[in-house]
Design a protein around this ligand. Structure first.
Ligand code: ZN
Length: 677
């Protein structure tokens, strides 16, 4: 719940399905698709509005992005103690081989399958920031042999630590990055480098228990440290700080944070950066708490950032933070859109199809914050979250609040990159529907999300005596359905065109077709054969699509068969809107009355079960498209233009760098840590 992570497979597919666009690529100069290997696809994201930022904001972004890039080695080392040695050996060999290939190009170039395998393996190591798959956390093996590797290194004059050989080639050595297996020592059996060699789970837990802070404003003991065994076999804490563990990288980060201070937009932002610097210098956890509070209070700045030891999923005991960074700035266009919706919250409430007795007399919309990512680093790169919700400490969230944002330009890149991948050609019924979707699919997707978040959840009221948990295990499915239906119903309202949120009276049809197709058919690609639908958002989408399908007595929607394939056909969009309105009224009634029996029946009848034949067909059609399930990004390149005094007078942004070039450059220019830390 802390962070919307693209690492969560479900969320990722949710995105790719909710927004998958169609049709051959439009002629745009921006290249979203960069590279594809194994189950991974590399995309590029645009940074719209960068040119409209003030010079000071650009200077700030430049310094913060340098502070971001200098942390890359930290993550490699946290992910495994051999990772830096392996990466550097592979890169040295790769550079030697590419220069040889370059020479050979003029004469007789020989195709070498081992070189291709080396390149693929290295690309994968870069993607995972180590030798374990970024999502499954299983170790992946090279497609070249140890014999070839040893001989190639020798020929190239590349020296390496022989200890990396079993780590790379023996499937039994360090097979899992973070193990969650029952009954085994989680620390000893995890390849992650959050604990020194020989430290056991019991020893680590005993140390944490002895040092735990139980005060009302507790220090997060262990957030920024590694527990190791000293020569007497005692547990010792090595703190991540300047002069301590990872100090060589943190020095550079501190340098660039100091540079960033010069360009801070206001005092609140300045205070937060100062606290972050002090924390990196001292490792003092009280300072970290002060930083979190200062950061969460800084709401007015356009530019914002995450930089440091943040999420704790990769530590098998869930305590130590993994290093990450993301620099971003407020997306003013999108923020304006959500403000328009919030301002009209009362109009939406009054005009919804729900019974007047379930309406709120006075309703307030919330305006969602939407940001543009400017650089991704550490555990946010190349695979990245599409939202941020920080800080993690519950007492700070309660007392001082939190920041929750969605990252619009990354969502946009996923949409654009999906164009022409064949998905909509396979599943949408005809050219006309695809053309409509190409034109309006993205705007409908954004708007539906905004309506869902800004007014959908906040609408309606409970009858006296009814509590939020009355619908028990079905509460979240019903609640998501309610917010989705609110959004769907108003997506088709002329009011949105009037407010300037939709470009034409026809546009909503793209969103309606997509909802029905996804809910009835295409979201099934995420379900294994024979399984039910479990996840609340998926249940809610099928509930809506199925209910409407069953109640379409005038064939407003139907499923037709053509050449052995099934397609969704919408005959009457107005009628479809009426059905959404009817269902919204009923779901609101169930919620307001706390009618558990009706909720249970609704969910069990429409949301859970899957038609096995249709499911098989969809899976087979999807498999043929050969789409990469995981995506990651390359960053833009920022270049500072300096005057004779060394002052930054402008910052240029460039999008032309490729995946391999980017990683080789980062390894060359931003690699301060020794092989062994
Ligand atoms: Zn929701």
């Amino acid at each position: 719940m802390k962070k919307l992570s693209i690492n969560h497979y479900s969320l990722f597919i949710l995105l790719s399905l909710a927004f998958t666009a169609c049709q051959p690529k439009e002629t745009t100069s921006f290249q979203y698709n960069v590279d594809k290997f194994y189950d991974l696809e590399i995309l590029r994201y645009d940074v719209p509005e960068f040119d409209s930022l003030s010079l000071q904001q650009k200077q700030l972004i430049y310094c913060l992005s340098e502070a971001a890039l200098w942390g890359r080695d930290i993550l490699f080392d946290q992910n495994g103690r051999y990772n830096l040695r392996i990466r550097r050996t592979l890169e040295a060999l790769y550079l030697y081989q590419t220069s040889k290939q370059g020479e050979a190009q003029t004469s007789n170039k020989v195709e070498d399958p081992n070189f291709d395998a080396l390149e693929r393996y290295l690309k994968r190591v870069w993607f995972s920031n180590g030798i374990h798959h970024h999502y499954s956390e299983d170790k992946f093996l090279p497609e070249f042999s140890q014999e070839w590797f040893v001989a190639a290194c020798e020929k190239a004059g590349v020296t390496y630590d022989p200890a990396i050989l079993p780590v790379m080639f023996d499937p039994a050595v360090m097979p899992k990055r973070t193990t969650a297996q029952d009954g085994v020592d989680l620390v000893l059996n995890s390849a992650g480098n959050y604990y020194g060699e020989g430290v056991t789970q019991a020893e680590a837990e005993a140390w944490y228990a002895a040092h735990k802070d139980n005060s009302p404003e507790p220090l997060w003991i262990g957030l920024n440290s590694k527990l190791v065994k000293n020569e007497n076999g005692e547990i010792e804490e090595q703190v991540y700080k300047v002069g301590g563990l990872y100090g060589e990288a943190l020095e550079h980060i501190v340098y660039w944070l100091r540079e960033a201070l010069k360009y801070a937009e206001n005092d609140a932002q300045k205070l937060a950066i100062e606290k972050m610097i002090a924390f990196n210098e001292t490792g003092d956890l009280k300072t970290f708490n002060e930083y979190c509070i200062a950061w969460v209070k800084d709401l007015d700045s356009r530019v914002d950032y995450v930089n440091g030891f943040t999420e704790t999923y990769s530590d098998p005991l869930g305590i130590t933070g993994t290093w990450e960074s993301m620099v971003n700035f407020k997306d003013l266009a999108a923020t304006k859109r959500t403000e328009t919706i919030s301002k009209n919250a009362q109009w939406f409430e009054d005009h919804s199809t729900t019974d007047p007795k379930y309406k709120k007399e006075e309703v307030k919309g919330v305006s969602a914050k939407v940001i543009t990512a400017a650089i991704l680093a550490g555990d946010c790169y190349p695979a990245t979250p599409i939202g941020i919700n920080l800080p993690n400490a519950n007492w700070i969230r309660k007392e001082y609040g939190s920041k929750s944002v969605t990252i619009d330009n990354l969502v946009h890149a996923y949409n654009e990159a999906a164009k022409g991948n064949g998905f909509n050609e396979e599943f949408m019924i005809d050219d006309e529907t695809r053309a409509l979707y190409e034109k309006y699919g993205a705007v409908c997707g954004d708007l539906h999300t905004d309506l869902h978040e800004c007014v959908g959840h906040g609408s309606g009221k409970l009858m006296p005596g009814v509590t939020k948990d009355a619908l028990k295990e079905h509460a979240s499915t019903i609640e998501e359905a309610r917010a989705d239906l609110f959004g769907l119903y108003f997506l088709g309202d002329p009011k949105l065109v009037e407010l300037g949120l939709l470009p034409s009276a026809d546009a909503y049809k793209a969103g309606y077709y997509q909802q029905q197709m996804n809910g009835l058919m295409t979201q099934l690609v995420r379900i294994e054969p024979g399984k039910d639908i479990e996840e609340a958002h998926m249940r809610n989408r099928q509930l809506i699509a199925n209910w409407v399908y069953e109640h379409a007595t005038n064939k407003e929607v139907e499923i037709i068969e053509r050449d052995g394939k099934h397609y969704l056909k919408v005959n009457d969009y107005e009628g479809l809107r009426r059905l959404y309105g009817e269902l919204l009224a009923e779901i609101q009634r169930i919620t307001s009355e706390g009618d558990y029996a009706a909720a249970k029946e609704m969910v069990e009848k429409y949301a859970v079960k899957v038609n096995p034949e249709l499911h098989q067909e969809i899976l087979a059609r999807y498999k043929k498209l050969n789409l990469a399930p995981y995506k990651g990004f390359v960053n833009p390149v920022y270049t500072a233009v300096r005057n004779a005094d060394g002052e930054i007078t402008d910052v240029k942004i460039d999008f032309s760098e490729g995946y391999v070039e980017q990683h080789l450059r980062y390894s060359k220019d931003y690699s301060p840590l020794p092989d062994v830390n």
